[in-house]
Design a protein around this ligand. Structure first.
Ligand code: UDP
Ligand code: MG
Length: 314
């Protein structure tokens, strides 16, 4: 039992999931011949999640938890889990059984074979709504173009990191965290495990459309500056066209004399360029806002409470 594995699980209002989750995980982890712990990160739940965890942890020393003072978001919860986990390997997974415990032995086998990062790759998306799937496809297409396509489709936050990879993740202090992108960014020998995600076992998704949109923008802004730089190219092209047009108007006036210039074309071009300028300003605003968030250097999250044997292997 030399190796140890910490399972990090971010939870937000999952009171119905804690018990079935622990029941499903225990036999799988027991079968792995390693020293295991489960570390719940309670992301400011307002239901009975923490009470459930407390009850189970009182009877089972393998269960630990840290609890945030409020909801900070899943990305911050994963960051906290990676910092508090003490295992030689750390497995991150969702609480809703959409990340099947039955796949865990495959993760561990690849890790034991030498992979420092083992990524779960989701193959089946039927459990998500049609709109969410289309939005996700669109995001991946845009993200691929803007960042040079470093994020394979289907990579989710179901991942096993070796201690060295956890150390690398823990050096990343950025606030706007696009965890999937960071997992890919740290590098190391990587293997992947394919899995099918079933429907959520209880409750509903904690991500609505707006939250996902915000998250997608964070992801793009964190890994690409192309939206910022592209305006100088667009500006140059428009200036060239404007100069050519000015020359044309000038020559036309010399040859045919002046006529009354077209009023509609002026309105259209004013509106078009005002739009382009507002858009580019908005993009700059998105980045400046994020720079502001970063320079404040607030902590990523606030821990209100730790549950379980904190000193022992996590
Ligand atoms: N979660 C969290 N904080 C949040 C939102 C979600 O810790 O602000 C947790 C949630 O409890 C679950 C996991 O992140 O364990 C994935 O959430 P969910 O299943 O709602 O997302 P989806 O599967 O729809 O992407
Ligand atoms: Mg889910």
């Amino acid at each position: 039992m030399s190796q140890s594995l910490s399972v990090v699980i971010p939870v937000l209002n999952e009171e119905l999931m804690i018990r079935p989750l622990v029941a499903a995980l225990t036999p799988v982890l027991e079968g792995l011949a390693l020293d295991w712990t489960v570390l719940f990160v309670d992301d400011g739940s307002t239901d009975g999640t923490l009470a459930e965890i407390r009850k189970l942890a009182a009877e089972n020393p393998r269960l630990r938890a840290i609890s945030f003072s409020r909801n900070f978001g899943k990305e911050q919860a994963i960051a906290a889990g990676l910092r508090h986990a003490k295992g030689d390997g750390v497995l991150v997974m969702d609480a809703d059984l959409q990340h099947p415990p039955a796949s865990i032995p495959e993760f561990v086998a690849l890790w034991r074979a030498g992979a420092k990062v083992v990524m779960g790759q989701r193959m089946d998306w039927e459990a998500d709504s049609f709109l969410r799937r289309r939005a996700s496809d669109a995001f991946h297409a845009v993200y691929g173009v803007l960042t040079g396509g470093r994020l394979p489709r289907g990579i989710v936050d179901f991942i096993l990191l070796d201690r060295v990879a956890v150390g690398a993740m823990n050096q990343l202090n950025e606030r706007a965290r696009f965890t999937k992108g960071l997992f890919a960014w740290i590098g190391f020998t990587t293997a992947s495990v394919r899995f099918d995600a079933p429907e959520r076992a209880h409750g509903t998704s904690k991500f609505n459309f707006l939250k996902l949109l915000r998250f997608g923008l964070d992801g793009i802004a964190a890994f690409s500056t192309l939206p910022l730089r592209v305006w100088s190219y667009i500006g140059s092209v428009i200036s060239l066209i404007a100069m050519a047009y000015a020359l044309y108007v000038f020559l036309r006036a010399l040859i045919f004399g002046t006529d009354v210039p077209g009023f509609p074309s002026i309105i259209v071009s004013i509106m078009f360029f005002a739009g382009v300028q507002l858009l580019s300003l908005g993009v700059i605003g998105e980045y400046v806002g994020r720079v502001f968030e970063e320079v404040k250097r607030r902590p990523l999250y606030i821990v209100a409470e730790e549950i379980g044997p904190a000193q022992k292997d996590g």
